[in-house]
Design a protein around this ligand. Sequence first.
Ligand code: ADP
Length: 192
Amino acid sequence: MIRQTVLLFGPPGSGKGTQAKVLEQRLRAAHVSTGDMFREHLSRRSELGIKIDHIMRNGQLVPDAVTNEMVRDRLLRPDVALGTLLDGFPRNIPQARWLDIFLAGRGYSIRGVVVLSVPRPALIERLKGRAMKEGRADDADEAVIRRRLDTYAAQTEACIGFYQSTKVPVHLVDGVGSIEEVTTRVLRSLGN
Ligand code: ADP
């Protein structure tokens, strides 16, 4: 039984991935990041990686059918049994509805949604910095960064309203501060 499924939301550059790595230890949850999984496919040049290459480079969302199937396979593995920290999924309402049905079918529920918020100018600066350090193709071009931020605002923010309407606790957390400060805020919001 999944003890807890926590969903981590935040625009590109909000520190989601960084927080997820700390939180997976603190919550003893398996960290499931769709962005990391897709990047792994890209670097292996798998069949899926070749298919999604141009989509990711352009800062667009991978089609739901592909994404949901990948998430399903991941969530059927045994290490998610104690708890799951979902990072980057769901990213739109159809994915959120799919996840609800999947979790309900397995008797699992969502413990809470954590939304990291950081002002847009700070996000753009952080992403440009990350492009220099990590060489992520989707961080290198400012037009692509803006498209990812727009996709988040248009599609992923709608999920927040979706969860509020289904009475899942939604916690808005200030993502500006040191890594430790933000972790403390997240854990406090979840009641840990
Ligand atoms: P960021 O949020 O910083 O842009 P991620 O690592 O979460 O980065 O995702 C990188 C890219 O992977 C996205 O721009 C998108 O193309 C793809 N992706 C990740 N998660 C999903 C998802 N749930 N649905 C569709 N595409 C996704």
